[in-house]
Design a protein around this ligand. Sequence first.
Ligand code: AP5
Length: 219
Amino acid sequence: MRIVFLGAPGAGKGTQARLLAEKHHIPQVSTGDILRAAVREGTPLGVEAKGYMDRGELVPDQLMIGLIRDRIACEDCVKGYILDGFPRTLEQARALDEMLASVGAPLDVAIDFHVPNEELLRRLTGRRVCRSCGASFHVVSAPPQHDGVCDHCGGELYQRADDNVETVSKRLEVYTAQTAPITGYYRQRDILHEVDGTRGIEEIQAGLEHILMGVSGAK
Ligand code: AP5
């Protein structure tokens, strides 16, 4: 199954993508994670992307389209994948469709998570992420058992450089202007499903399974 996760920063895309990937044995392709790894390693992609990410802006389309083209051509994507954080502009959405049409493997479903801005701001400014396994925690609503330590793998928890109030506000502005319009594109193609992202993590997960069963049953 080829799945796209849409939704504002902090809407829960990464949390749900990780759960779904584990259950369905397909990779979570997170462009944010790929870019952060490139920044850490100081690769040419990382050097170019860092300024945009620190400012809360989008990395240029041509870089992102090339990155996704290479990633979904990998062996582990043959049976499907979850795109978490791509596409983020109409140009990226169209380029993705073109590359998938050329191999006869179109998207099956696009899922859009809805969460109000004040909750997004609360989630992101309190988020802590594991450096080793990528699991997310929240200092108030989902704290780890031991301060600064991942419950799952014992890795160190850190706060992302773009999870401060100023950068989060910019990311939300950029989302509204450049990414939110993509939902109309997928609605027209009749593959869009909208999800209330304010519910509990397990309830959302169950809702996603229901959507995916409907999609695979209709194929
Ligand atoms: P990216 O890493 O993709 O960040 P994002 O879209 O801003 O999304 P987040 O990871 O912040 O949020 P999420 O929806 O995954 O939420 P999460 O599950 O973690 O991108 C970062 C930057 O990279 C961009 O700003 C841009 O510069 C660049 N970039 C990436 N892709 C690009 C592209 N395609 N084009 C151009 N530039 C690109 O959850 C958040 C918090 O909420 C966590 O603490 C979690 O525990 C909690 N939580 C999750 N679900 C729930 C729930 N149901 N109830 C309560 N709390 C919850």
